[in-house]
Design a protein around this ligand. Structure first.
Ligand code: DOR
Length: 431
């Protein structure tokens, strides 16, 4: 197998607390050595000067749409978009068609991934059959097939008794339950954050409290059961506060936040662009600030894209009719880098939120760069300027709120298992 020497970069390895100039030698798919001034005869050289050398990013939360909705995305296109955004490991949600509530579906996803995806793919299985929130899925059979977590994402399990059982059983298989916390009775058709913006737009509002009440319930159930609760796409100051208190009490809870909830407020929806519609919706500026603070404090562990592709014809309709969700792999790093530039996060904190923390949550062997670790590496040039054009991206879909946006900082090289799979000037290097 090829040897690759990544020279002259700034190594950011949050698991080891390392932020220093160092070279990295990859061999046989793994990290063979870390050190300064390394020479390696015959190795392929990657010049990392001016770049951050980070563990390959781990996305806890994406929608790859295969099986069943391949016109939006499939495992091949999603995997290519992932590595183009620096994500070397991606966990994919269960709201496919059919739903991933059966080991045969989990198996199918893993099989497609082995053949088609340059990124490593980890299926998340449904917590309940058909995502109906009524009957639990067969958790241990799904874990045996390769599921890494359980989630009905896209839907909330409204029946608290079912949610309690899901959490109880998840303990037996020692896997997290990832919750989409939105109370349906409170959302009630709301499509943007309830407040001044929903009033100005004349659109039905989705109140912040719809998230907060469910996070409160699920934290209580996590405390009762001792299960590992993971709160997906946190969007409100109220949820951040509840998470902060629960962590202080020792509840086994982790949480993620998306780049869009960290960077955009509900005012981004003022032009009725359906590419600013997602569930949960973009919230107030105060909520955005609370999410940023929660990430800086470590109350929110991970940045997850919630990459949710939808076709152009589905999004180019009136706001209320469009499906919720935005794509996110290829812009995530550039969007969150602005928090580092603003002094709200250190580069090492950013690396932790994108790699070692999500890997820990899903118990993946990833997100670290010491000798013997997998050779999954992402190089970021924090000064490189570029303009994002979704039509030139690798996803099949274009539903991004960042179209046409100028960014400073981008992923320039991605390696998976010691193989170059993306280079900013050469594209995705995968058959
Ligand atoms: O905006 C969203 N889109 N939120 C979800 O929870 C589901 C997702 C989708 O599947 O499109």
């Amino acid at each position: 197998m090829a040897r690759v020497l990544i020279r002259g970069g700034r190594l950011l390895d949050p698991a080891a607390g390392r932020d220093e100039a160092a070279d990295l030698l990859l061999q046989d798919g793994r990290v063979a050595a870390v050190g300064r001034g390394m020479e390696a005869q015959g190795a392929e050289q990657v010049d990392a000067s001016g770049c951050w050398v980070m563990p390959g990013f781990v996305d806890l939360h994406a929608h790859l749409r295969e099986p069943g909705q391949e016109y939006k995305e499939d495992i091949a296109s999603g995997g290519r978009a992932a590595v183009a955004g620096g994500f070397t490991s991606v966990a994919c949600m269960a709201n496919t068609a059919p739903v991933n509530d059966d080991p045969a579906v989990t198996d199918y996803i893993l099989d497609r991934a082995r053949q088609d995806s340059p990124a490593r793919i980890y299926p998340i299985a449904a917590a309940t059959k058909g995502l109906r929130g009524e009957v639990m899925s067969e958790m241990s059979a799904l874990v045996d097939a390769g599921a890494v977590a359980f989630s009905d994402d896209g839907k909330t399990i409204m029946d608290s008794g079912v949610q309690r059982r899901v959490l109880e059983y998840s303990r037996l298989v020692e896997r997290p339950v990832m919750v989409h916390a939105e109370d349906c009775g409170l959302v009630r058709g709301g499509v943007v954050n309830e407040g001044a913006v929903s009033t100005r737009l004349g659109l039905p509002g989705n109140p912040a409290v719809a998230e907060v009440v469910h996070v409160a319930r699920d934290l209580m159930l996590a405390e009762l059961t001792g299960a590992h609760l993971h709160v997906a796409h946190v969007s409100t100051a109220g949820a951040v506060e509840l998470l902060r208190e629960a962590r202080a009490r020792g509840v086994h809870v982790t949480a993620e936040v998306t780049p869009h909830h960290l960077a955009l407020s509900d005012e981004a929806a003022l032009g009725y662009d359906a590419n600013t519609k997602m569930a949960p919706p973009l919230r107030s500026a105060a909520d955005v600030a609370a999410c940023q603070q929660g990430l800086a404090d470590g109350v929110l562990d991970a940045i997850a894209t919630d990459h949710a592709p939808h076709a152009v014809h589905e999004k180019e309709v009136e706001f209320t009719a469009a499906p919720p969700g935005v794509i996110g792999f290829e812009t995530a790093l550039a969007v969150v880098l602005e928090l580092v530039r603003a002094g709200r996060l250190t580069p090492l904190q950013l690396a932790a939120a994108l790699s070692s923390n999500p890997a820990r949550i899903l118990q993946l062997e990833a997100g670290r760069l010491a000798r013997g670790d997998p050779g999954d590496v992402t190089l970021v040039d924090p000064e490189r300027r570029w303009r994002y054009d979704p039509a030139k991206g690798h996803s099949k879909s274009r539903n991004s709120p960042w179209a046409g946006r100028e960014f400073t900082g981008r992923v320039v090289v991605t390696l998976v298992a010691g193989e170059l799979v993306f280079h900013a000037d050469r594209g995705v290097l995968h058959p």
